[in-house]
Design a protein around this ligand. Structure first.
Ligand code: ZN
Length: 225
């Protein structure tokens, strides 16, 4: 069954506790939290302290996307702050396999994120074997006001095929400008975790989450596993 991960970055920061409770009530599966270090991406967002402070407001797993140079420095403290999944950028790690092993060693799920300009070919079988999820950026990370990049659907399909050919149990997550219009295409291509921001938070959050969840379930190629 496909999972929906509303992006905390688009929530109303004045009412985070309420926003988190709304997500949970409406049936979201994860809370997607973008961590930005101002180095790997030209922006800043969320650190361990903020994540720890909102942890009691939600029973949902926290999907922490680290847009951070050398994230291995922070993964233990991220886990302690409340992360259930930590994804790290291929482009930001000197030793990606070691970073993934360290995350898994903490007893939580580990994932690789690829920027849109990074070829799928950089991923070795060893890297994929250490990943519970591969997250494909469908916009350039850390910037605002972008569109869903053309070619993203083909990338999801190609990665799905590679993972299936290797016989791995690895999910594909998409991050960036997923809307009610394109979510089913992403799911049909093989994505099973969908991050969504503005499409959920503009208007009625609970209704939007329910609507997108339905679209995800209908769009699943195997009718929802
Ligand atoms: Zn993200």
């Amino acid at each position: 069954m496909g999972k929906l991960a509303p992006s905390l970055l688009e929530a109303d920061m004045r009412f985070l506790d309420e926003e988190l409770k709304r997500m949970e009530r409406a049936g979201a599966d994860y809370v997607h939290i973008d961590v930005m270090d101002g180095m790997f991406v030209p922006n800043l967002a969320f650190g361990m302290r903020e994540i720890r402070s909102i942890r009691p407001s939600s029973a949902l797993p926290f999907d922490v996307h680290m847009m951070v140079q050398e994230p291995i420095r922070f993964v233990k403290r991220m886990k302690e702050a409340g992360a259930d999944v930590i994804t790290v950028h291929y482009e930001a790690c000197t030793d990606l396999v070691q970073t993934l092993r360290t995350i898994r060693g903490l007893g939580i799920r580990a994932g690789i994120v690829l920027n849109p300009d990074t070829s799928l070919g950089v991923l070795s079988d060893v890297m994929l074997a250490q990943a519970d999820v591969v997250q494909l950026m469908t916009v350039r990370p850390g910037l605002e006001g972008q569109r869903f990049l053309p070619g993203s659907i083909e990338r999801i399909q190609a990665l799905r095929k590679r993972i299936d050919d290797l016989g791995l149990n690895c999910e594909i997550e998409t991050d960036g400008k997923i809307s009610m219009e394109n979510v089913q295409e992403a799911v049909a291509a093989g994505a099973s975790v969908i991050v969504s921001g503005k499409a959920l938070f503009q208007g009625n959050l609970e209704e939007n989450i329910q609507r997108m969840k339905r679209l995800i379930e209908e769009g699943h190629p195997k009718g929802g596993l």
